[in-house]
Design a protein around this ligand. Structure first.
Ligand code: ADP
Ligand code: MG
Length: 708
């Protein structure tokens, strides 16, 4: 694409051009239909089937004009990625021709055979029915790929008995729940105008880009998304020269096309930059309603992969593609706002006298403390085990960063009454030609897993490859629960202000333990957190039982976000996912070790032996100690490598008859299989440093990270 066409006009033409958005609806729907649909979208009023019929027709015409031949119900099963089944618009007529049809019924409901999606025992395979239901709160869009143009209809996915089989259903349920409870609290503060409260999310996405030719030579990347072997390269990220560095041309070309593809889909990709690790980058969109932000994040991940391919690159979304260099995460920026646009987490200039803000703030604090285990598991996946608590990204301990100003106000509240807010003042850079900048009231803290950043919270534990649905429906629900407790008390209060003051004081006294403004990576914090009684859940397996903990089932069931059965199914799915992931990794390691690394090492050892013999046979009295010593060292590592292959093989084989309890089996995979993988890797990486690079069968870390 030429620079010259990236004009404002061009951009405003392409932005959202593949989305059946509000302006398209307004233009193409009869007024009454448009109004009825808006009522459903904005106020949650149930949808009238006759409205769906008219919308379907308009949607079809619009899609066909833009080249679509097929439509699909686009849904988000528990695999964490999206699924789609394409149907064409074609309908044969009696005279042997076809017309293009799309009915209201087809828009509203789909029936994919759902037996092969994870259900965690919710459905027996013989009950294969699954339904997809149109989510009109997230706009339909057109996807362009090699198959042509497809109309994608965002849908929720449930079983024959109405149980959620996906990530979107609980998210939509949680949006209603938090709206209801937040409105109750707002009414107490005399707000009579807001009719809904929505949560907003902006998800910053980290990713790696590597060369496709090199990727294709690594079975580990192909099968597992991460490297299972790889010695440390001479240069990693220590110079910190990649962070915010100038972007290479090939990467820029990718980013530019990615932006355009995303803009067409109405995804407001805004910032992009190089991240800490070499070959690592980040994209952040402008925030939107949580439900849409979740759909958009899925689209962003899919589009990144597709566009990368067109540039001879591969996009890695795994949380830890490379050992020893930073991994990737997702920063889930979350806030609450009224439908008339008031951000409820905006402190204003003098937060100490903004009682409404303080109530919402304290609700979040209490929610995060009461349900830290549930939040922790919402961000758990096997990939994230390499990050959380591993001295990079946030630790596994959940705590909240509030900053100086708010912490000071909470301290004042605990002692009695908050009377003042510390102000930031001006920042002077000490160069007279530079302007003085208004200083924020608090500095940033990059180590906190849950940081207040001005007018939102940033949940930083979220895994880069995962859906953001679970972190958000968890947040929505637990905050809704605390808001309902607050509303309950304040609605009954004789004297609103006195009761509120008491309530805030209680929350601060009881939950201040979750607030920590220091360095979350330090050893001292781990000890301090333990003394404060905060959970430190180190592995994803250990976090999973929180899904079926009584208090957590209770809160989800009370608000009808997930029933006990649905929680139990998610517990099973999470464990199964862990087991399968580690199993695939172990098998991939074995295949690489046995068929690539071991043979290559033996070949090189043979070469050394040949060299020794050849030199000896000349009769010249040359010093062959180098070859001999190297051969001895190499042979020792080869022998140990082979022993570790056998150990890992046995460990994997044993797993099969090990346990029929998924939790115990998952623990076995973590404690036995995974640790044997670690041992095998040590030898594999050692071999890489000993073997002639001409013999080494796979690209090295240096190749993967720097040859882009
Ligand atoms: P940074 O955290 O790097 O300083 P920003 O302040 O620009 O960056 O915000 C990061 C992300 O937070 C962006 O995706 C932005 O849209 C999002 N964000 C900003 N305000 C809100 C809000 N009220 N609710 C949810 N997300 C928000
Ligand atoms: Mg950020």
């Amino acid at each position: 694409m030429e620079k010259s066409i990236m004009t404002e006009g061009y951009l405003s033409n392409i932005y959202g051009s593949n989305v059946f958005n509000d302006s398209v609806m307004r233009e193409r729907l009869p007024k009454a239909t448009y109004k009825a649909l808006r009522k459903t979208i904005d106020d949650g009023i149930s949808l009238d089937p006759t409205v769906a019929e008219v919308v379907a027709n308009a949607m079809k015409d619009w899609a066909i004009e833009k080249g679509a031949t097929h439509f699909t119900h686009w849904f988000q099963p528990m695999t964490g990625i999206t699924a789609e089944k394409h149907d064409s618009f074609i309908s044969p007529t009696s005279d042997g021709k076809v017309i293009m049809e799309f009915s209201g019924k087809e828009l509203i409901k789909g029936e994919p055979d759902a037996s092969s999606f994870p259900s965690g025992g919710l459905r027996a395979t013989f009950e294969a029915r699954g339904y997809t239901a149109w989510d009109c709160t997230s706009p339909a869009f057109l996807k362009e790929d090699a198959a042509g143009v497809t109309l994608c209809i965002p849908t929720a996915f449930c079983s024959y008995t109405g149980e959620a089989l996906d990530k979107k259903t609980p998210l939509l349920r949680s949006m209603e729940v938090i709206s209801k409870q937040a409105i109750r609290v707002l009414r107490l503060f005399g707000n009579t105008t807001a009719t809904r409260v929505i949560t907003t999310v902006g998800a910053e996405q980290e990713y790696f880009l590597i060369d496709k030719g090199l990727y294709d030579q690594r079975k580990d990347l192909i099968y597992t998304g991460r490297t299972l072997f790889g010695a440390k390269p001479p240069k990693g990220q220590e110079l910190e020269d990649h962070y915010f560095g100038t972007i290479k041309d090939r990467i820029s070309a990718f980013m530019k096309e990615l932006d355009i593809e995303l803009w067409k889909l109405g995804v407001s990709a805004k910032t992009k930059h190089n991240e800490v690790a070499p070959a690592q980058h980040e994209l952040a969109p402008i925030f939107s309603t949580t439900n849409i932000a979740t759909d958009h994040n899925q689209l962003t991940m899919e589009t990144m992969k597709r566009v990368a391919n067109r540039h001879g690159l591969v996009c890695l979304l795994h949380e830890k593609p490379f050992a020893g260099v930073n991994g990737s995460g997702k920063h889930n920026n979350w806030s609450l706002s009224t439908n008339d646009g008031q951000n409820l987490l905006d402190p204003g200039n003098t937060p100490h006298d903004n009682a409404q803000f303080l109530v919402f703030l304290c609700a979040v604090i209490k929610a995060v403390d009461d349900y830290a285990d549930l939040l922790r598991v919402s961000a758990a996946n096997p990939g994230n085990d390499h990050r959380l608590g591993a001295n990079e990204a946030p630790p596994a301990i959940i705590s909240i960063f509030l900053g100086e100003q708010l912490t000071d106000i909470l301290e004042q509240i605990e002692k009695g009454e908050a009377l003042q807010s510390k102000q930031g003042g001006e920042l002077r850079i000490g160069v007279s030609t530079l302007p003085s900048l208004p200083k924020d009231s608090t500095d940033r803290n990059r180590t906190s897993p849950f940081a207040f950043t001005g007018n939102k919270f940033e949940f930083r534990m979220v895994p880069s490859s995962g859906s953001i649905a679970a972190p958000n429906f968890t947040l929505n629900t637990i905050v809704a629960e605390i808001l309902s407790q607050i509303a309950e008390r304040l609605e009954k209060a004789q004297d609103f202000n006195t009761e509120m003051q008491k309530l805030l004081q209680e929350i601060v006294a009881k939950h201040k333990r979750i607030i920590f403004n220091g360095n979350n990576y330090s050893e001292d914090w781990v000890k301090e957190a333990e003394a404060r009684g905060l959970p430190n859940i180190k592995s994803s397996v250990a976090s999973i039982p929180a899904i079926i903990a009584e208090k957590n089932i209770e809160v989800m069931a009370k608000h009808k976000v997930l029933s006990k059965t649905e929680m139990e199914s998610r517990y099973e799915i999470s464990l199964e996912n862990y087991i399968k992931t580690i199993n695939i990794e172990a098998l991939t390691m074995l295949e690489m070790a046995k068929r690539q690394l071991l043979p290559a090492s033996i070949k090189f050892a043979t070469k050394l032996a040949e060299s020794i013999n050849t030199i000896k046979s000349t009769g010249v009295n040359a010093d062959i100690s180098a070859q001999s010593e190297l051969l001895v060292e190499l042979s020792a590592v080869i022998a140990s490598f082979r022993k570790n292959i056998i150990n890992l093989e046995k460990s994997v084989a044993d797993a099969v008859q090990m346990h029929n309890d998924s939790y115990k089996l998952a623990c076995y995979y973590r404690d036995d299989v995974f640790s044997k993988m670690g041992m095998l890797r040590i030898d594999g990486d050692k071999l890489e440093t000993l073997v002639d690079e001409e013999f080494w069968p796979i690209p090295t870390y240096g190749d993967l990270l720097f040859k882009v």
